[in-house]
Design a binder for this molecule. Structure first.
Ligand SMILES: CC(C)(COP(=O)(O)OP(=O)(O)OC[C@H]1O[C@@H](n2cnc3c(N)ncnc32)[C@H](O)[C@@H]1OP(=O)(O)O)[C@@H](O)C(=O)NCCC(=O)NCCS
Length: 120
């Protein structure tokens, strides 16, 4: 289940974000969290499995599209489809906007759209 990030989950979110290679340094991690907490166009969500937060997805929303800046899943839960599910849910939350990737998230987004096409 995708839930909106709350300040009370800050440490959990930082732990999940740190699985992204470009977010490993604490300074960078804090800067990124600060953007999500202060910029109204940046939105952070967590993925909950039962009572545990096991995934994170972060987007920046513009008028016509949104950019997937961050996506990560706790390594203990890799390969269970959570990454794909988060991408699908986030697109459902933004039905009128086209999703874009970054240099860091593009490859996984491509994988997700290929999997979707294979189902058609
Ligand atoms: C990328 C990530 C979120 C995927 O989460 P996940 O829940 O394991 O993903 P799913 O189970 O939905 O999908 C797994 C598939 O995605 C593929 N995949 C994983 N990371 C990928 C990447 N960076 N680029 C392309 N495909 C990727 C896996 O090889 C697997 O492929 P398969 O189904 O053919 O075996 C997770 O690997 C992660 O947290 N990685 C570390 C953080 C990171 O680097 N994030 C940015 C990468 S885009």
């Amino acid at each position: 289940m995708l839930v909106r990030y709350k300040k009370s989950c800050e440490k959990i979110a930082m732990g999940l974000l740190s699985f992204m290679p470009k977010e490993r340094e604490l300074k960078k991690l804090k800067e990124t969290m600060n953007i999500y907490q202060t910029n109204p166009n940046w939105h952070l969500f967590l993925w909950k499995e039962g009572e545990a937060f096991v995934g994170l997805v972060g987007i920046e929303v513009d008028e016509t599209h949104f950019t997937l800046h961050h996506i990560s899943v706790n390594p203990s839960f890799h390969g269970e489809g959570i990454g794909h599910a988060m991408v699908e849910k986030i697109q459902q939350l933004m039905p009128d906007r086209e999703m874009r990737g970054t240099d860091f998230t593009e490859a996984f987004l491509k994988k997700c759209s290929e999997a979707k096409l294979a189902l058609i």
